[in-house]
Design a protein around this ligand. Structure first.
Ligand SMILES: [Ca+2]
Ligand SMILES: [Ca+2]
Length: 469
């Protein structure tokens, strides 16, 4: 039973969006998509959830399902309890072998995260001598307990389940928001473009825009997603079967591509391709393929809401068969397509544009701040240069004074002054006076040192010189 895996992989997101739209020329990463053919053989395999920790998530689930006890618990725990963390506690009863393997998976994952952090810092040009608080950086990854990087504990499983559930549940919401921003940006750019045109150009552009809108809205009737009419069309056109023979159970088995007994989100979305092709053609200027994927998402959400009665984000055969008996299945309302309603309100558009203006202002403010900083630095640099020049002149002046005044006596070496010798005091009686002088010489004013000293060399200095080891 792959309930947990099914639960997570049913929450399919970006990859699911793209899997059935290979011909669509939108620039997104398709490398993460696992091919449906690969899933057909053997036991059903879980599909990429689209989460950045997808691999870790799937490996943990795979290993847990190898454990007899855990598998049984999984089977008998309902989804709400799983989300509440009841299942995680069963980890304590999992076999030693599986626990060891989980520890290993966690260590690998922590090490992968560390590598990521390091790579990110390298990219940002982090300094070598900067001490990096890895612990603090690891904290941002909430799906494992970073305080204990070595073993996989109940808390790790609990965190993993909670994070994955939360992240996946919010995925659709985020995609809708992203799509809204996309549409507003498109409109904003259109308006900006209009501003650059003269009156005649603007008139023509507006006319063209309206024409494209009309063209896009002109398409064959779209069936209500999940209705008998819609599924029958798939049955007839995609499966090449006789509409007279339409049988819901056969239909279900045909389109449960990975054979796990459920329609997951990806499998549902695949059912809408026929409908979407009525509205969208990638070769048409008026058809936006990003909008097509939003429509696919809307359709899947609608069917999931109607049919998935236990809310596990999977449609079981039973749920499907019950739905096919309902009035909405047999006599559906018409489906309101995406272009029939603007996805953002005028108020939202106004806010969006205000935000853009604000961002621009912040950027220019930052730029002028930087310019000021630069000017200040230049001013300081000039000041420093001037000070340096003054200093240089002073040194040169002193050098000149030195060479003019000093006739260095052959025996006297100024450097000797720097040598303090306690023994000298012992060796030479009455050297207290000498010592005081030496002391003075040890801490001289460098500017008067040489001249003053050489004018009146202390009598014992040459002697002291000889005592230097
Ligand atoms: Ca399935
Ligand atoms: Ca269900």
């Amino acid at each position: 039973m792959l309930l947990l895996a099914g639960f997570f992989t049913s929450c399919l997101t970006l990859p699911g969006l793209l899997l059935y739209s290979e011909a669509v020329p939108i620039s997104m990463d398709k490398t993460k998509i696992s091919k449906p053919e690969e899933n057909i053989q053997e036991a059903p395999q879980s599909v990429d959830t689209g989460l950045h920790y997808d691999r870790y998530l799937r490996e943990v689930i795979d290993f847990l399902e190898k454990d007899q006890h855990f598998r049984e618990k999984l089977h008998n725990t309902d989804m709400e309890d799983i989300k509440q963390g009841k299942l995680a506690k069963e980890l304590d009863f999992v076999s030693h072998h599986v626990r060891t393997k989980l520890d290993e998976l966690k260590r690998q994952e922590v090490s992968r995260l560390r590598t990521l952090i390091k790579a990110k810092q390298d990219l940002e040009g982090g300094k070598a001598d900067m001490t990096v608080d890895h612990q603090a950086l690891l904290k941002q990854f909430e799906y494992l307990n970073h305080m204990n990087p070595h073993t996989f504990e109940v808390e790790d499983l609990d965190r993993l389940i909670r994070s994955a559930t939360h992240d996946l549940e919010n995925f659709d919401k985020e995609r809708h928001e992203e799509f809204k921003r996309y549409e507003m940006m498109k409109e904003h750019e259109r308006r900006e473009h209009l501003r650059t045109l003269d009156e005649e150009g603007r008139r023509r552009e507006e006319q063209h825009y309206e024409e494209m809108k009309r063209k896009h809205a002109d398409h064959p009737k779209v069936n209500h997603p999940g209705s008998q009419d819609q599924l029958k069309e798939v049955w007839e056109e995609a499966d090449g079967l006789d509409p007279e023979d339409f049988d819901p159970k056969t239909f279900f088995n045909l389109h449960d591509t990975n054979g796990d007994g459920f329609f997951d989100e990806q499998e549902l979305e695949a059912l809408f391709t026929k409908e979407l092709e009525k509205i969208y053609d990638p070769t048409n200027e008026e058809d936006d393929m990003v909008e097509m994927e939003e429509e696919r998402l809307r359709m899947r959400e609608h069917v999931m809401n109607e049919v998935d009665s236990n809310k596990d984000r999977l449609v079981s055969l039973d749920e499907f068969l019950i739905a096919t008996k309902k009035k909405e299945f047999l006599e559906p309302d018409s489906w309101e397509t995406l272009e029939q309603n603007q996805v953002y309100t005028d108020e939202e558009m106004r806010e969006f544009e205000e935000h853009l203006v604000q961002q621009e202002q912040e950027l220019s403010l930052k730029a002028s701040d930087l310019q000021k900083q630069k000017e200040e630095l230049e001013r300081q640099q000039q000041q420093l240069n001037a000070q340096k020049l003054e200093l240089q002149q002073a040194v040169e002046h002193m050098e000149r004074l030195k060479t003019q005044r000093v006739e260095p006596p052959s025996e006297v070496h100024v450097e000797g002054n720097a040598v303090p010798q306690e023994e000298q005091n012992v060796q030479a009686p009455g050297a207290g006076q000498l010592s005081a002088q030496q002391h003075q010489n040890l801490h001289p004013d460098p500017q008067v040192l040489q001249a003053g000293h050489q004018q009146q060399p202390p009598p014992a200095v040459p002697q002291a010189q000889h005592a230097v080891p």
